[in-house]
Design a protein around this ligand. Structure first.
Ligand code: ATP
Length: 134
């Protein structure tokens, strides 16, 4: 089965929506392979979002993702990457379908609740960042 890396971002964690969000992935048929609460070091956030280093919003992105605890998970299942991104919805919550996590719970692109890997290469890289012990 394919693996993907999910982050329940600090906005979702602070709003006590971690269980609701993980339940949606489980109901889809994905399996939690690893799960942890993380107080994210700045360097980890910068490594995770390295592809956005030159974007004007990079500083805010790193500030946000380190603003409080988050929950990192490895999920597995059939087409786990595509299945997860379908559940998460479009990057901008105002363009995300109703029924998706972002569509149902968020309004701001900078506080959009969840991250999911976008390719097998990204999943492998991100699992290494958030679960270096595995
Ligand atoms: P993620 O990588 O978090 O799963 P994504 O793959 O849907 O999100 P990316 O294009 O990789 O979207 O952008 C990474 C993150 O950067 C987004 O989740 C969002 O929070 C933030 N971001 C993207 N565009 C903007 C923007 N214009 N202004 C502020 N933040 C942005």
């Amino acid at each position: 089965a394919e693996k993907t890396l999910i982050l329940v971002k600090p906005d979702a964690f602070a709003r006590n929506l971690t269980g609701e969000i993980l339940a949606r992935f489980e109901r889809k048929g994905l399996t939690i392979e690893a799960l942890k609460l993380v107080h994210t070091p700045r360097e980890t956030a910068e490594t995770h979002y390295a592809e956005h280093a030159e974007r004007p919003f990079f500083g805010e992105l790193v500030d946000f993702i380190t603003s409080g605890p988050l929950v990192a998970a490895i999920l597995s299942g059939n087409d786990a990457i595509k299945a997860s991104r379908q559940l998460i919805g479009a990057t901008n919550p105002l363009e995300a379908a109703t029924g998706s996590i972002r569509g149902d719970f968020a309004t701001l692109v900078g506080e959009n609740m969840v991250h999911g890997s976008d390719s097998p290469e990204s999943a492998e890289r991100e699992i290494g960042i958030w679960f270096p012990e595995l």
